[in-house]
Each structure stands twice: as structure tokens, then as C-alpha cells.
Write a protein that binds this ligand. Structure first.
Ligand code: UFG
Length: 336
């Protein structure tokens, strides 16, 4: 199938990860339609195809878009992602992440869309018994965000058994960094992620970086995570799409490098990259943080031939730093 004859509907395509995938799809020659309510996404981030500004909770708009564009595949990014917020307001997460995903799958079934790529999360594992964690590990989410994603995976599995419908679920580990051309990246009025917060502290926009917990059962007492560059993750999406379009069966993949870094290691690397010795203080644990989350990622490497390019933590932070400078230069925090 020629790529230019394949239309991909990308929900949440104006967001941090979605817009990176839209760019990769556009560069690869696919037709792209982004469907995004711009609640956290940005119009300037959609570099290819058309943008429909609408909510996935709006079934009429959703169906009208399926009717008009007749996509062959759907990539579903639109979701809330802040773990502590999900603990305070679980229904917000179950409605948007779970109920609205049902709407979307229903629309796929109704309009004959058989290929679905889902943004899942390492949060579905909760506190894994074994590290690196394999896809077969039991799902035991410890917060509503992770549960809302695990429920969608269950729904996808059942629908793939009952209907002519196949999916790839990508369980993201800690997505970080920015477009290597610094055209797009993460913009959030209240960032929660470690690397973004460290860089904003280096810029003086945050007074001091807090390390949440120094008494974890890890070598330096801080949590360990598997940071994956957003462009490597985007390439995983393209491979997943090609796999489905060529008839591949439904499957779940971890998306991480299999290499963990502690919070202290990330902080030191951020100081090295920026050249700024920004203030850091030790604070108490943040609720809901598993001590160690590192992916076993041989399955996606083997089945999709995924070859990550940007696994060097210094490089990931460099791209994020270049992007933070762009955010200031382009005054992006004030533009929707
Ligand atoms: N951290 C700090 N200080 C900060 C921010 C974060 O010490 O200012 C620590 C956190 O406590 C954690 C680590 O840095 O130990 C990484 O935290 P992030 O917020 O950057 O990322 P998370 O691991 O919490 O979250 C990521 C994804 C979620 C996903 C989760 C799975 O962003 O979507 O992994 O655990 F659910």
C-alpha cells in the first residue's frame, strides 16, 4: 500500500508526543488528520495534515470526521497524563482516558477502521516484581491514571477478539527530550516531569528543584527511570502502524531502552548539559512513585526491528534544553 494513500487519524496530535508522531507520519508520506481539543495541545505543533479542533467525547464530531476522512488507521494519544491529578480526580481520568477511548473504538468499528495504535503507559505495571519489566508482567496499576490505561488495553483485547480489529499497544516509559530540529516539544504551564523541571530550574523559572525521596531501595536512594527520546518513540509508532497495515496481529510492546537513571544522575547530567549549577533540595517522597521502572524492550526490537538512536541521556537532555530556549525565544507559553 502506498503511504500517500493511507490516511491516519491522530487523536491528541497537537500534544507533545502526538505532534512528534504527526511530524514523523508527514515526513514518511502518510496523509494525517489530527483531532485535538487543544486543552494541552497547540495548533503550532501540528506540522502536517489537517487539524480538527474537537473533543473525543463529542461523538457527533468524531463520527463526522470518520465519515469525511475515512482513515485506514487511528493513533490514539488524546488523554490526561498527570498521575497525582488522577488520584485527586479519578473520574476525570476514567471519563477522558477510558470512556472516550470506548467512543473512539466504537467509531472505528462503525466505520470499518481495523488498525489502532494505542498510547499506553508503564504505569499499568504499578510496582513491578521484576526489573527490567517484561510485557507479560502482571498489571497492577497503583493510581487511576495507570488503571485508566490498563482498562483500555483490556477493552482493546476483547474488541480484537470479537471484531475485525487489531491494535498495537505501546507502553511508554519516561518520554523525554524534544524534536532534534527544535521545531516542536513539550510546553506545559505547570510541568511535573523531572527533566523539564530541572531545565526550568536551570533557566531560573523555578527557584529550586526538589528531589522527591532519597530513601528508596536504590543505590543512591532516588527513583530510577528509563528515559526514552520522543523521536525514538515516534519511530516505534510508525513501525507499529506499518506492522498493522501489513496484517500483523494485535500485540503489546514496552517502549523504553532498558537502561535506568536515578533522579540524582539526571540532575547531575542536567547541570553538565546546561552548565548551570542550579539549586537542588531533598524533599519527601511523592505519592505513587514506584522505586524503579526500567523496560525489557527486546520484544519491540525483535518484532518491529526498532533500533533506538538517542539513548544517550546527555543527548536527550540537550534536545530538551534546546527546546526550552525555543520556548522562551518564541514565547510559546502564551500561544495556544
Ligand atoms: N521527580 C523529582 N523532582 C521533580 C520531578 C520528578 O524528584 O521535580 C522524580 C519523581 O519523583 C520520579 C522521577 O523524578 O521519581 C521521574 O518523575 P517524572 O514526573 O518525570 O515521571 P514519572 O516517572 O512520574 O512518570 C512517567 C510518565 C507517566 C507514567 C509514569 C509511570 O510521565 O505518564 O512514568 O510510572 F505514568
Amino acid at each position: 500500500m502506498k503511504r500517500s494513500s493511507v490516511t491516519v487519524l491522530v487523536t491528541g496530535g497537537a500534544g507533545y508526543i502526538g505532534s512528534s508522531v504527526v511530524k514523523a507520519l508527514g515526513e514518511a508520506g502518510y496523509q494525517v488528520v489530527t483531532y485535538d481539543n487543544l486543552s494541552t495541545g497547540h495548533e503550532w505543533a501540528v506540522l502536517y495534515g489537517e487539524l480538527v479542533v474537537a473533543d473525543i467525547g463529542d461523538k457527533d464530531r468524531l463520527h463526522a470526521v470518520f465519515e469525511r476522512y475515512r482513515p485506514q488507521a487511528v493513533m490514539h494519544f488524546a488523554a490526561h497524563i498527570v498521575v497525582p491529578e488522577s488520584v485527586r480526580n479519578p473520574l476525570k481520568y476514567y471519563r477522558n482516558n477510558t470512556v472516550n477511548a470506548v467512543n473512539l473504538v466504537e467509531a472505528c468499528l462503525r466505520f470499518g477502521v481495523k488498525n489502532f495504535v494505542f498510547s499506553s503507559s508503564a504505569a499499568v505495571y504499578g510496582i513491578p516484581q521484576e526489573i527490567p519489566v517484561r510485557e507479560e508482567a502482571p498489571l497492577a496499576p497503583i493510581n487511576p491514571y495507570g488503571q485508566s490505561k490498563a482498562m483500555v488495553e483490556r477493552i482493546l483485547t476483547d474488541c480484537a477478539k470479537a471484531h475485525p480489529f487489531r491494535y498495537v499497544s505501546l507502553r511508554y516509559f519516561n518520554v523525554a527530550g524534544a524534536d532534534t530540529q527544535a521545531k516542536i516539544g513539550q510546553v506545559s504551564p505547570e510541568p511535573t516531569h523531572l527533566i523539564v523541571r530541572a531545565l526550568k530550574t536551570a533557566m531560573g523559572q523555578i527557584d529550586r528543584l526538589e528531589i522527591y525521596g532519597t530513601d528508596y531501595p536504590t543505590p543512591d536512594g532516588t527513583c530510577i527511570r528509563d528515559y526514552i527520546h520522543v523521536e525514538d518513540l515516534s519511530r516505534a509508532h510508525l513501525l507499529a502502524l506499518e506492522y498493522l497495515l501489513s496484517g500483523g496481529e494485535s500485540v503489546i510492546f514496552n517502549c523504553g531502552y532498558g537502561q535506568g537513571y536515578s533522579v540524582r544522575e539526571v540532575v547531575e547530567k542536567a547541570k553538565e548539559v546546561t552548565g548551570v549549577d542550579f539549586p537542588v533540595v531533598e524533599a519527601g517522597r511523592r505519592p505513587g512513585d514506584p522505586p524503579v521502572l526500567v523496560a525489557e524492550s527486546s520484544k519491540i526490537r525483535r518484532m518491529l526491528g526498532w533500533k533506538p538512536r538517542y539513548h544517550d541521556l546527555g543527548f536527550i537532555i540537550e534536545t530538551a534544553w534546546e527546546w526550552e530556549k525555543q520556548v522562551v525565544a518564541r514565547r510559546l507559553w502564551c500561544i495556544s
